[in-house]
Design a protein around this ligand. Sequence first.
Ligand code: COA
Length: 175
Amino acid sequence: MVTIRPCQEQDLVLLRAYIPTPGQPDRHDKRFERQQSGRSTFLIAWAGDLPVGAGEILWNGCDAPEINQHYLDCPELNGLDVWPAELRSQGIGTAIISAAEDLARQRACHRIGLGVDDHNPRAAALYLRLGYQETGRRYLDRYHYFDDDGIRHEVADPARFLVKQLELTPGPPDH
Ligand SMILES: CC(C)(COP(=O)(O)OP(=O)(O)OC[C@H]1O[C@@H](n2cnc3c(N)ncnc32)[C@H](O)[C@@H]1OP(=O)(O)O)[C@@H](O)C(=O)NCCC(=O)NCCS
């Protein structure tokens, strides 16, 4: 059983210790900074006192301009990860996705998107099973990492964008 909640500053120590970010040593910190600036919500999954997964809702949508221009008002769930790998396939990823969708509904978002790299068919299968739909929009998922010698590498992975329509819960009736 996991609980999902937005990252707090004191969580960063445990995140750095328990969820590795190979080649991106300040990844958790960057995500927390984005959350604090209001651009994202950095969700953490907890099993007791230990962080076991994370995902970030980018409220301004996918960073890639080739997607963003078509999906205004569509937040993106980015960088979903469950760690350690032995904890995968137990519903933690689904719980993070569900929490992200709830937050998007609370902000009256009618849809939420996510990108999936071409080399990740298992993740794509999960998203499609959870109601995300193909948009036909493709893009390059760009990021960088540092190797053991401190050399920076730029990556551009071919990816596609999926979107789920969100049913908004009606509020209480007016009197
Ligand atoms: C993708 C991921 C976040 C899903 O989280 P999860 O907790 O394993 O997901 P759930 O248990 O809720 O659902 C499991 C389903 O996820 C899918 N899946 C995707 N990648 C998977 C992986 N590496 N291992 C296991 N299941 C994976 C499968 O369809 C799986 O269904 P199955 O259990 O019937 O095989 C997680 O597997 C993970 O961290 N993978 C590595 C990082 C990654 O690929 N992130 C996604 C970037 S788009």
